[in-house]
Design a protein around this ligand. Structure first.
Ligand code: C5P
Ligand code: C5P
Ligand code: C5P
Length: 453
């Protein structure tokens, strides 16, 4: 990312900020629409917190994805400003037809004309300026840039929650994410320390905590409580006690052994010191929001972000607990079933509704653990009545070879009157069930072409 691109993005975000301020000043209720995952929920949180701080009002709705039909219905609403977070970049033309002003604060790939200008719409998206919406900034970050001009440095922590939720911080933090991190660190609203990144190490017995650790993925351990017990026993470490109860030399041994699997296990950890303890660690915060999204309890996630936490926090923690067990089950399912191989892609298929929302996540973890072939993108298919919901996931290595799943799924879905898109590394689509085989064949072909180019 060049400094110049970032400069243009910040200018565009400032334009959006002026528009937002103007409407807040006129006492207009801001209509916020956002996505149902951790990034979308924190993006809405950033936006709503900033509006409240200015004494403004908002009406927010969280949706699983933006459908044309939904945008059309918004025409009947009498709001003067619509703000679309983590979505909207696929429909700027349609959104510009709302009889109101709009802001799109998105980070998905923009299909179509990047330079088109609209009178009543400010489109903020890193891709418009040649930046990477998968690594440089997520929707919560784009939302933060949009309210940055109203002095909101305390929201940098929440903006990074979304970046973690979208897996943008698994490698070195770069781009706008780094800029926000530095702003937060300098202002003392984010803190940094180095630690063993074992998830739930304070809450769960060691073998469970390790088997619940997916970021980084630990081969032979993540998603495998029995394998983890064996790993610990072989090294003479007690598996049933909590990490904190290990002797110092046991902690050192564990660290050394885990570092042999991946050095990423000992890394920088960021926290929001002013937050309530369970949300202080930014990654834990993102996991709780993610679980709210996966449980379709968007209101709970949103309440957590905007500080109305009376029961929400406890509920969110409960969802996160349930969710990690579902991930372990999902990973075991992949281990048992394996994937179907085409020339350039592999796919997994389920009719089990409880697995539907996990398919993308377990595909990506499956690739990292190499229980799926790491050399081919995974297309995860869930059958729902007469349609299939598709999630695609791939690796950085395949991206470097030319794979772009957002384009592949978007193009392939179009052939069957479906809709699709997303990022190069993670994308999705919905297509009719009857076209499933033709759809996977076309995706296979497109990915083949992308790799050969
Ligand atoms: O559903 P999605 O793919 O967005 O899942 C993102 C979440 O899944 C992350 O926030 C993280 O909690 C978890 N995950 C992970 N390691 C991976 C993939 C996903 O921890 N390799
Ligand atoms: O809808 P949205 O853009 O927020 O989702 C992005 C998806 O991309 C998430 O599911 C996230 O986990 C996935 N992702 C990934 N690996 C990355 C970056 C993002 O699987 N390196
Ligand atoms: O649903 P899933 O988590 O697999 O979506 C991965 C990415 O693809 C997300 O960024 C999502 O917003 C995007 N997507 C899309 N169009 C769809 C389905 C998903 O752009 N029809």
């Amino acid at each position: 990312m060049t400094q110049e691109a970032q400069h243009y993005l910040l200018n565009r975000a400032d334009e959006a900020c002026s528009l937002l301020k103007e409407h807040i000043k006129k006492d207009h209720v801001v209509r916020v629409i956002s996505h149902n995952d951790s990034d979308g929920l924190s993006a809405a949180g950033v936006m709503c917190n900033a509006i409240s701080k200015q004494g403004g009002k908002f009406h927010v709705t969280i949706v699983p994805r933006l459908k044309e039909e939904f945008v059309r219905k918004l025409r009947n609403e009498r709001y003067k400003l619509f703000v679309f977070c983590d979505m909207g970049s696929a429909y700027p033309d349609l959104i510009s037809k709302l009889k109101a002003d709009s802001i799109i604060a998105d980070h998905h790939q923009v299909l179509g004309d990047h330079d088109k200008e609209y009178e009543n719409l400010v489109h903020v998206n890193p891709h418009l300026f040649g930046m990477d919406g998968t690594r440089d900034v997520s929707a919560s970050g784009v939302s933060y840039l949009t309210v940055r001009g109203m002095d909101n440095v305390e929201l940098t922590g929440l903006a990074l929650v979304g970046a973690y939720g979208d897996m943008q911080c698994s490698e070195e933090i770069i781009g706008v994410n780094k800029m926000m991190l530095d702003e937060g660190l300098n202002a003392g609203v984010i803190e940094e320390h180095e630690d063993l990144k074992i998830t739930y190490k304070k809450e769960e017995p060691l073998y469970k905590a390790l088997s619940y650790t997916f970021n980084p993925a630990l081969k032979g351990i993540s998603g495998d409580p029995e394998g983890t017990k064996a790993f610990l026993e072989e090294r003479g470490l007690s598996y049933g006690i909590k990490f904190d109860d290990l002797a110092e030399e046991e902690k050192d041994l564990l660290k050394e052994e885990l570092m042999k699997i991946t050095p990423k296990i000992f890394d920088k950890v960021y926290s929001i010191p002013r937050e309530t303890p369970v949300l202080r660690n930014i990654e834990d915060y993102s996991r709780i929001l993610d679980a709210c999204g996966k449980n379709k309890k968007y209101g709970v996630g949103l309440s957590i972000c905007i500080g109305e936490r009376e029961n929400a926090l406890e509920e969110g923690i409960g969802f996160a607990k349930k969710y990690r067990d579902s991930l372990v089950k999902g990973i075991n399912w992949i281990k048992k079933e394996g994937s179907v191989h085409l020339d350039n892609i592999q796919y997994i298929y389920t009719e089990d509704k409880s697995r539907k929302s996990l398919m993308g996540t377990i595909s990506s973890i499956g690739l990292e653990l190499e229980i799926l072939d790491p050399n081919k993108p995974v297309i995860a298919i869930s059958k729902m009545d007469n349609i299939i919901k598709v999630s695609g996931r791939t690796s950085m290595e395949l991206i470097r070879k030319g794979v772009n799943l957002g384009y592949a799924l978007g193009e392939a879905a179009k052939s069957f009157n479906g809709a699709g898109g997303g990022h190069n590394i993670a994308a999705g689509a919905v297509v009719p069930f009857k076209d499933m085989d033709n759809f996977t064949d076309i995706v296979d072909e497109i990915v083949g072409t992308q790799i050969r180019q």
